[in-house]
Design a protein around this ligand. Sequence first.
Ligand code: LLP
Length: 424
Amino acid sequence: MYYPHDFHMVRGELHCERVPVGRIADAVGTPVYVYSCKTLLDHLRKLQTAFRTLRPLICFSVKANGNLAILRLLVRHGAGLDIVSGGELYKALRVGCPASRIVFASVGKTPAEILAAVRAGIFCFNVESAPELEAIEAIARRMRTRVRVALRINPDVEAHTHRYIRTGVAESKFGIDPRTALDLLRHHEAFPSVRLIGLHLHIGSQISQAEPFIQAITRVAQLLKQARPFGAPLEWLNLGGGLGIIYRDERPQTPQAFARAVLPLLVPLRVRLILEPGRFIVGNAGVLLTEVLYVKRSRGKQFAVVDAGMNDLLRPALYGAYHEVIPTDAGRPSVNGARYDVVGPVCESADVLARGRRLGSVRSGQRLAVLGAGAYGSTMASNYNGRLRPAEVLVRGSRWALIRRRDTMQDLIRHDVVPKALLS
Ligand code: LLP
């Protein structure tokens, strides 16, 4: 199978770029996330190239991977950042992302978060409701400034993806329905501290075909046409993220194919384009390395009990997501032989990273790589079961560096307070 990434078997050993991943595991232990610089930048470049005729602003979605080193790398290579909280704003500013390349979505921005973003002078708020628009207007007015806003439209299209990660259907909490949006645009002068510069869409994640995007663009195109006479300066269209990647046997569109499908719809709209890719950039750029602790046989079933669990990589437990698992030192997994459930140590039946996989003959001490773990892996990790969140490592060519140290025991208790007076 073809994977558009830089993790390869070389002489029976899994390498990230030119570094054997075993060497990283020897040095920092497991579980550890390992990312490839080259894959990250290749994916960013593919999008930049595919859409270059529209000179898009590509804002990497921080929620997919918020590691400062990764954010800085992408920002250095021209990316902006898509944020959804004050915490992500803080990170974006810490890595030196120009405020002019920060866009802020979220259905529940707090007054403090809005204030911080107004102060920072971010490029645009993606507004998800009429009351939120009023809140932003009030804060901007108090600050005697004017802020740029795009209305996030809920186009009511089916993105054909997991129901937990589709966001553009009518019953979803995201975005503003077109009729309300049209009303707001009609009355844009009621918001003098806000410049309504465009429309925003994000219809879901892990979408492999252009069709849902085409439907959504068609709906916003209609809205733009109806709203233009009202005089708001609708110069930008933000298509959100959502481009799917290969986890198993998906055949997602390439960025070129995606661009070819949507550019003809976008060009006549005379808008500048924003994209907010997360998974497409970082998903296949990271793996989670884990070590087999025990091989357990029970009633004819075989389990590989590993040292990574659902607290480290939640996607299989939360979405039933499929991640390829391969031994790091044994060439290709055998096509026949025993099947294993790869399970973590967490006390939950859902703590299964992979089911029924042929992994050759698994032994304790063997390392496995969980592929496609770069997006929504480390950002969704937790300390559940008193577990230390994993280390993270970035590889560039034949060099590598730690970009997040493993949690320590001290990290586990850092924020707990024991009020002695109350407990005596
Ligand atoms: N823009 C907005 C407003 C979003 O809500 C999201 C993701 C993105 C951009 C980036 O989407 P992407 O290009 O990564 O598909 N935890 C789930 C995915 C949740 C996606 C949430 N929103 C998973 O692991 O599959």
